[in-house]
Design a protein around this ligand. Structure first.
Ligand SMILES: Cc1cc2nc3c(=O)[nH]c(=O)nc-3n(C[C@H](O)[C@H](O)[C@H](O)COP(=O)(O)OP(=O)(O)OC[C@H]3O[C@@H](n4cnc5c(N)ncnc54)[C@H](O)[C@@H]3O)c2cc1C
Length: 240
């Protein structure tokens, strides 16, 4: 259905994550193995982000780089294990590459902290959510001030904080995953490619996008979209 209208097609390509497609479909048409596969997969990483509008230029702020990666520890395993506290975060200032991306005399920053949806405390009550977001923002802004030797807090005019909960709401993905399914263990790239023909086998339905074989990120999503598009076009022309 699209805007109340029922549309028919010989082929459908979906870049919506299979969990959601299966939830929206009549259950009797979904092979049990497909449901099991979607349920067996682990969701990929999400992020918490802080967007800041500042009342000074990036020169006045003293930030000369577009992107700075800040790590609590140099060991990636430790970064992963402590991701909910101080694993790794990224500080960006867009004005360094696009000077007029904000009005004259101002600049913007955004912080990105990779965390999983299930890192958000499970017992967090709706009335505690605002404090959770504010504490998170304060912690990372203060850490960046200390690490980069710049003063951010007094310059903040606008602030917006997003968490995996925000991404779950606006992207509609389970646990707010921004990277489809986790590529690891049995569900790795080789296994996905090897099982592609049999993994999802609903006639006329193909998947593409970040949750599919290549995993997520813009480049993977573009490549798999191109591959599947060509494959389906070939089938429609009767060449496959
Ligand atoms: C904050 C953030 C930062 C990121 N940073 C990077 C980065 O630096 N580098 C990188 O490579 N990747 C990054 N990504 C990931 C990148 O955005 C994804 O890899 C890419 O968008 C995946 O493309 P896709 O087509 O699979 O999914 P999407 O781009 O999410 O497209 C899915 C589309 O389906 C629509 N949709 C969902 N449900 C329905 C429905 N029921 N009916 C109709 N439409 C529906 C959605 O509105 C959306 O437009 C980031 C993502 C986020 C959120």
């Amino acid at each position: 259905m699209a805007n109340g209208e029922k549309l028919y097609a010989r082929e459908v390509i979906s870049n919506v994550i299979p969990n959601n497609v299966f939830n929206m479909s009549p259950q009797e048409v979904i092979p049990e193995q497909n449901l099991k596969l979607a349920n067996a997969r682990e969701f990929g990483i999400s992020v918490a982000t802080i967007y800041l509008g500042l009342d000074c230029t990036r020169e006045e702020l003293g930030l000369d780089d577009y992107t700075v990666f800040i790590m609590g520890n140099e060991d990636p395993r430790t970064q992963y294990n402590t991701r909910a506290e101080d694993g790794l975060y990224i500080v960006n200032c867009l004005n360094n590459v696009i000077p007029d991306s904000s009005p004259e005399g101002t600049c913007t920053m955004f912080f990105t902290m990779p965390i999983f949806g299930n890192d958000v405390p499970k017992d967090l009550k709706p009335e505690e959510y605002k404090k959770y977001k504010n504490d998170l923002a304060k912690k990372y802004i203060e850490d960046a001030e200390k690490t980069l030797g710049i003063s951010i807090m007094p310059h903040i005019e606008e602030i917006s904080v997003a968490t995996p909960v925000t991404f779950a709401r606006y992207l509609g993905t389970p646990e707010g995953t921004i990277y489809g399914y986790k590529l690891s263990g049995w569900d790795n790239l080789m296994a996905r490619i090897a099982g592609e023909k049999t993994d999802y086998a609903i006639p006329g339905l193909s998947f593409c996008g970040g949750h599919y074989t290549r995993g997520d990120g813009y480049s993977s999503a573009y490549i798999i979209g191109d591959t599947i598009g060509k494959r389906v076009a070939k089938r429609l022309k009767g060449d496959a």
